[in-house]
Design a protein around this ligand. Structure first.
Ligand SMILES: Cc1cc2nc3c(=O)[nH]c(=O)nc-3n(C[C@H](O)[C@H](O)[C@H](O)COP(=O)(O)OP(=O)(O)OC[C@H]3O[C@@H](n4cnc5c(N)ncnc54)[C@H](O)[C@@H]3O)c2cc1C
Length: 472
């Protein structure tokens, strides 16, 4: 980073990874300026606050953030407990964002709409590396302002861009027009959004953990609200991957989720339709009365011509990064996964299942536009296996690089959990639990998942052959 400027480092997003980046920047004596589109820090997690995380507290907090918090008298939650999304917000992100060091540098209600180099469009090369960034921000109320920045860390996640219901990466025909009949990806069917689901025909589409969570909650709802009918459509020939790895899952909570779902399907509480790739949606009258998800009843037609009728559709089809705001930057992205180029092959859901990945940091995450980094959930592009622990290590390394401490940036560190460490056999998925053999490694030596020497991967084995958990 050009040390002659006194400009701040812009951080996009005040989720767990964006706030961790801010904490690391402060520790390094750099000046963060955090833009958060939502009304509060953790705005994306707020949408799924009713969902329990499958990784315990000790993997969900960042070391620099904890140091800041502890200096203010914060008490850490029990490290082995599994928090709900709401607890992650209330007990960690909210107090962190409220610390004067952070709150004075955090602008909420501020959506970044574009990032570029000041005075240079993408085609201009001259002095590009030393030209400050310009971050365009739309504030609540509509005012748009440009902020100069010495570097930019994009930690804006993927929550706001769900994958479409259609099978070809495009919305199914009629999907956009019937948006009012489609809920958010993880509705709180038992509480906040109950009225939209009670006594209605609900169709859940997708085979990942979001689908499993929603289906299990709907089964609980159906017990209390007779007349609630639960349909589940998956594109694959079976629902096996949604049932997960069971006992082979390194995170027991995740394994149990799948096992419970399987029992509900086998008991007939959930009507499963396999091989159902959605081709189109048509709306019609005659559904039950509209509630918060207030569109008409819909008929979904599959590519093979089968049809399903529903009052509400829950899209559990995964997420993709919003790259539109980065259009004026020079990026190097994996053509399939839309993750930074070298990271893509390490997490491609076609081959990897479990969030296991060689530890990586600034050098793997770098782009042709110097001092710009995508971190956190968004760094995984379309791969669904991101874990917070990985993101915290990313920002530690990225901030070290921005501070000019290249040794610390390149020494990517692992805090190895006793269980939940994956290794890999050459060329296959990274699912095989292994004993930890190293606590730290250099990025250059370990940038390949399946290279030699065998890398130590941090993550949690799912017991599945691949990681397409967000897809339908
Ligand atoms: C249901 C669910 C359960 C999960 N469970 C686990 C788990 O158990 N363990 C684990 O390690 N990981 C888990 N994850 C994965 C991942 O750790 C979380 O998604 C986590 O929230 C990612 O953090 P983040 O900071 O990268 O992104 P986010 O938490 O999504 O934060 C991004 C922030 O950026 C803001 N933003 C977006 N666009 C803009 C913009 N243009 N301008 C300004 N601000 C913007 C958003 O409002 C948001 O506050 C889970 C994910 C989901 C969805």
């Amino acid at each position: 980073m050009d040390s002659t400027t006194n400009l701040p480092v812009a951080v996009i997003g005040a989720g767990p990874v964006g706030l961790a980046a801010a904490a690391h920047l402060l520790e390094r004596g750099l000046e963060p300026l955090v833009f958060e589109a939502g009304p509060t820090a953790g705005a994306a997690i707020e949408q799924w606050r009713h969902i329990r995380l499958f990784s315990p507290w000790r993997f969900n907090v960042d070391a620099a953030a904890v140091r800041l918090l502890e200096a203010s008298g914060w008490e850490s939650p029990r490290p082995t407990a599994l928090p709900y999304g709401g607890e992650l917000v209330d007990s960690y992100l909210t107090p962190l964002a409220a610390l004067p060091a952070i709150s004075s540098r955090l602008l909420t209600g501020s959506r970044v709409v574009a990032v570029t180099r000041n005075g240079l469009d993408k085609t201009h090369l001259r002095d590009r590396d030393t030209t400050p960034f310009l971050v365009r921000v739309e504030h609540q109320g509509g005012e748009v302002r440009d902020y100069p920045a010495a570097a930019v860390i994009d930690a804006s996640g993927t929550w706001s861009a769900r994958n479409p219901l259609g099978t070809s990466g495009l919305p199914a025909l009629g999907e956009a027009a019937l948006a009012s009949s489609i809920s958010s990806p993880l509705p709180d069917v038992l509480d906040r959004d109950r009225a939209s689901f009670a006594g209605r025909r609900v169709l859940v589409i997708g085979a990942g953990h979001s689908a499993a969570n929603t289906l299990i909650s709907l089964a609980d709802l159906a017990k209390a609200e007779p007349g609630t009918r639960i349909l589940w459509a998956v594109r694959g020939a079976s629902a096996e991957k949604a049932y997960g790895g069971g006992n082979a899952d390194g995170l027991p909570a995740r394994g149990q989720l799948g096992a419970r779902l399987r029992r509900l399907v086998e008991a007939g509480s959930i009507e499963l339709h396999t091989g159902f790739g959605v081709a189109s949606l048509t709306g019609h009258d005659g559904g039950t009365s509209p509630a918060a998800v207030g569109g008409p009843a819909v008929t979904l037609t599959a590519v093979d011509g089968r049809t399903l009728e529903a009052d509400v559709v829950v899209p559990c089809t995964g997420f993709r990064p919003d790259l539109g705001i980065l259009r004026e930057l020079r990026l190097n992205l994996d053509p399939a996964v839309e993750a930074p180029l070298e990271l893509g092959p390490l997490i491609d859901p076609e081959f990897h299942s479990c969030g296991t990945v060689a530890p990586h940091g600034a050098s793997l995450l770098a782009h042709p536009d110097k001092d710009f980094y995508i971190v956190g959930m968004k760094s995984y592009g379309r791969a669904p296996t991101f874990l917070l622990a990985t993101g915290y290590e990313q920002v530690r390394s990225v901030v070290a690089a921005l501070a000019g401490d290249h040794e610390a940036a390149n020494t990517v560190q692992l805090e190895l959990p006793e269980t939940g460490v994956c290794s890999t056999d050459a060329g296959t998925s990274c699912d095989v639990p292994a004993t930890a053999t190293a606590a730290a490694t250099t990025e250059a030596a370990d940038s390949g998942c399946c290279g030699t020497p065998e890398p130590v991967l941090v993550g949690f084995p799912t017991g599945l052959a691949h990681g397409r958990s967000g897809s339908n």
